[in-house]
Design a protein around this ligand. Structure first.
Ligand code: ADP
Ligand code: ZN
Length: 596
C-alpha cells in the first residue's frame, strides 16, 4: 500500500514538474539569476539602486520580501519594512523599473536545489493545489479539509518583549503561556484549563501581535485564520471548514488557534425569519460546538480578536467559551513611548531623537500607526541619505501620516491640546468643589471617538432617587468645560467642544422642570411623558423654556464662580493633563490641593 502510494506520488511529482516547467518557463527565465543570485542587500542599498537606475526589474512579494534584478541579470534580495511596498512600487515604476507583485510562495531562497527547479516545483504546487481547490469546491466535497488555516512560518516567533505598552494585558495572558508550556504539569497541580481569550480593541492595537507573542513565549505553533474566511455562500461549507481547522490544530496541540475578526462569523445569530443567514448560523454553531468540545487537555487555545465585541453572539461571550476578555485600547503616553522604543530600536537613531517628545506628539496613535511612523521616518532618512534617522525625519513622517488624510481627526495642534486640557480641567475642578456630585474617576485629553477628551465620574453608590442639590451640582459640572474656556480664553475663543455637555445639561434641566417639578415658577405641574407638548399652552411652553434657561444659567454661573476662585487649580490640573494625558481622580485631587 505504502510503496504504491509512494510510486504514485513520485509519478505525480514528476509529471507535475514537467508540466510546471513547461508552463512557467518564461517566468522562471525572467527570474533566473546567475551564480551570485539571491544576494542579500540592505533596504537603503535597494533604494539607492532604484534611485540610480541600475534596477531593471523589481519583484515585491507579499510579506516583507523584495527582489531586484539589475541590468546585468543579477538578483538581489532585501527584507522590506512593513507597508513600504506600495510606496516603493510607485517610485520604482516612476523611474521606469518594471514592477512585479508576486505571492510569497515563489520567493527565491538560497537552497541546495537548483533555483529554477525549486521555483518550478513550488510554482506547480501552487498551480496544482489551486486547481485542486477549484475542483474540490466545484464538487462541493472535502470542504472540511480546506480549513482556511494558515500556520505561521517558523523563525518568526514573537516574544512579549516586542509587544510594548500593555503590561497588564500581558500579565493576564501569562496564565495561558504557563498552560501551553506544560499542559500536563498545569493540570496535575490542579489549575483549571483556560478556554479561549477574546481580545478586543480598535484595529492596529496589537491584537494579532499579542496572540503571536503568547505562542512565541510558550514555544507552540500558531495557527491563524480570519472570520471572513468562513463566510460562505453554501450552507454547511463554513461549518465544515471550522471543523477542519480545529481538527488540524488539535493534531499540533498544544497550540494557539487565532481567529481574527471573529465578528465576521460570530455576529449575533439571526432571529429566524425567512431566507435569513442559515449558513452563518451553522458556521457559528459549529464554532461553539468546537469550543465546548475540548477535552480537558485538548490543548488548543483559541484567541479571538474583534473590534466590535458588542455585536458578538451572546453564546460566544458567555463564560466558559472565552475565559478571559482582554481589552486593548490605543496606548497612552507611556505606552506610546515604549512602543516607539521597540520600533525605533530597530533603526539607527540620531542622538537628537527624543522618544518621549515623539510619544507626546502622537496622541491617539495605535501601535500599528507608531510602527508605521518609525518606518516612514526611516524611509525619509534613507531618501535624504542620512547616516541616522533624526528627529526632523520623525516630524516629517508624522506630518505625512497626519496630513495624508489617514487620521485627520488627530491632527491636533499644541493649541488644540491646551484648549482640550483647560476644558476637561474645568469639569474636574468644578466637580471637586461640588461635593453633591459624583467624584471624578479620571480625566483624559486622549481623543476617543468623537470626543477630544473627557472626564469620567463614577457614582459612589446606586442612587434610586436624585436630590435637587445633586442635579444642580451636575449642571454646574457639565458647564465646567465651557466656563473654563470662557475664563481662560475669553468669549471669542470658546470651542465646539462643549456640545455634548450642553446637550446633556439641556436634557437634565428639561427633565427637572417638566418631570420632577423643580422649576421655580412652574411649580408642581407635570409636563413630561408621552403626552409631552400635547396639552401645553403657548404660555406654558414659554414659561418652561424660561425655567430651563434659568437652571442652565445658574449652573453656568456657579461653574464660573468656582473656577474664578480656583483659577490656580484649573491651570495646575490642565498642566497635569497636558503632561500625562490621563489623570486619576486621586491625582487630580492631589494636584488641586497643592495648587491652592
Ligand atoms: P491588530 O491585530 O490589533 O489589528 P496588529 O497586531 O496586527 O494589530 O498590529 C500591527 C502592527 O503594529 C504590529 O505588527 C506591530 O508592528 C505594531 N504594533 C501594534 N501594537 C504594538 C505594540 N503594543 N507594541 C509594539 N508594536 C505594536
Ligand atoms: Zn466637556
Amino acid at each position: 500500500m505504502n510503496t504504491r502510494k509512494g510510486l504514485i506520488t513520485s509519478l505525480a511529482i514528476l509529471l507535475a514538474l514537467v508540466l510546471a516547467a513547461a508552463v512557467s518557463w518564461p517566468l522562471v527565465d525572467a527570474l533566473r539569476a546567475p551564480a551570485a543570485a539571491d544576494k542579500d542587500i540592505s533596504y537603503s542599498e535597494l533604494r539607492r539602486r532604484v534611485d540610480d537606475g541600475s534596477v531593471r526589474r523589481l519583484t515585491l512579494y507579499s510579506g516583507n520580501d523584495g527582489a531586484a534584478q539589475d541590468a546585468g541579470g543579477s538578483l538581489y534580495h532585501t527584507l522590506l519594512p512593513d507597508a513600504v511596498g506600495a510606496d516603493l512600487a510607485r517610485e520604482a515604476s516612476a523611474r521606469g523599473v518594471e514592477v512585479v507583485f508576486a505571492p510569497e510562495e515563489i520567493l527565491p531562497r538560497r537552497s541546495s536545489l537548483p533555483f529554477t527547479v525549486a521555483l518550478a516545483a513550488i510554482g506547480n504546487i501552487v498551480v496544482f493545489s489551486g486547481l485542486g481547490v477549484v475542483l474540490y469546491r466545484f464538487a462541493g466535497v472535502g470542504a472540511g479539509s480546506l480549513s482556511g488555516l494558515r500556520k505561521s512560518t517558523p523563525g518568526t516567533a514573537v516574544s512579549f518583549a516586542e509587544v510594548a505598552g500593555c503590561e497588564a494585558e500581558k500579565a493576564e495572558l501569562m496564565e495561558i503561556v504557563d498552560f501551553l508550556k506544560d499542559p500536563e504539569r498545569y493540570t496535575r497541580l490542579g489549575g483549571r484549563v483556560p478556554s479561549g481569550v477574546l481580545l478586543s480593541g480598535p484595529p492596529g492595537t496589537g491584537k494579532t501581535l499579542l496572540a503571536r507573542a503568547v505562542a512565541g513565549e510558550a514555544g507552540v505553533p500558531f495557527f491563524h485564520m480570519a472570520g471572513s474566511d468562513f463566510v460562505e455562500m453554501f450552507v454547511g461549507v463554513g461549518a465544515a471548514r471550522v471543523r477542519g481547522a480545529f481538527a488540524k490544530a488539535r493534531k499540533k496541540a498544544p497550540c494557539i488557534l487565532f481567529i481574527d475578526e471573529i465578528d465576521a462569523l460570530g455576529r449575533a445569530r439571526s432571529s429566524g425569519g425567512p431566507g435569513g443567514h442559515e449558513e452563518r448560523d451553522q458556521t457559528l454553531n459549529q464554532l461553539l460546538v468546537e469550543m465546548d468540545g475540548f477535552k480537558p487537555n485538548g490543548g488548543v487555545i483559541v484567541i479571538a480578536a474583534t473590534n466590535r465585541p458588542d455585536i458578538l453572539d451572546k453564546a460566544l461571550t458567555r463564560p466558559g467559551r472565552f475565559s478571559r476578555h482582554v481589552v486593548l485600547p490605543p496606548p497612552d503616553l507611556s505606552g506610546r513611548r515604549r512602543i516607539l522604543e521597540v520600533h525605533g530600536g530597530r533603526l539607527r537613531l540620531d542622538p537628537d531623537v527624543d522618544l518621549t517628545v515623539l510619544a507626546r506628539g502622537t496622541p491617539g496613535f495605535t501601535g500599528a500607526e507608531l510602527a508605521n511612523l518609525a518606518n516612514e521616518a526611516a524611509i525619509i532618512a534613507a531618501r535624504l541619505r542620512r547616516p541616522a534617522v533624526t528627529m526632523s525625519d520623525f516630524d516629517a513622517a508624522r506630518d505625512r501620516l497626519l496630513l495624508g488624510n489617514e487620521r485627520p481627526a488627530l491632527a491636533m495642534t499644541e493649541e488644540d491640546r491646551r484648549h482640550t486640557a483647560i476644558h476637561e480641567a474645568g469639569h474636574a475642578v468644578v466637580a471637586l468643589h461640588c461635593p453633591a456630585s459624583d467624584p471624578i474617576h479620571k480625566a483624559t485629553i486622549l481623543p476617543r471617538g468623537h470626543a477630544l477628551g473627557m472626564v469620567v465620574r463614577l457614582p459612589e453608590r446606586d442612587q434610586p432617587s436624585l436630590r435637587r442639590s445633586r442635579l444642580e451640582a451636575d449642571l454646574a459640572v457639565a458647564m465646567g468645560g465651557r466656563a473654563a474656556e470662557l475664563l481662560v480664553f475669553g468669549p471669542a475663543e470658546v470651542s465646539t467642544g462643549a456640545s455634548g455637555d450642553l446637550r446633556m445639561a439641556n436634557d437634565l434641566a428639561r427633565r427637572m422642570v417638566t418631570e420632577w417639578g423643580m422649576g421655580a415658577d412652574s411649580g408642581l405641574l407635570w409636563h413630561g411623558g408621552a403626552e409631552q407638548g400635547a396639552s401645553w399652552s403657548e404660555a406654558t411652553s414659554r414659561l418652561l423654556d424660561r425655567e430651563i434657561q434659568t437652571l442652565l444659567d445658574a449652573g453656568m454661573n456657579r461653574a464660573c464662580a468656582i473656577l474664578a476662585e480656583h483659577r490656580r487649580q484649573l491651570e495646575a490640573v490642565a498642566a497635569g493633563l497636558l503632561e500625562n494625558e490621563v489623570l486619576s481622580g486621586t491625582e487630580i485631587a492631589k494636584i488641586a490641593s497643592e495648587a491652592v
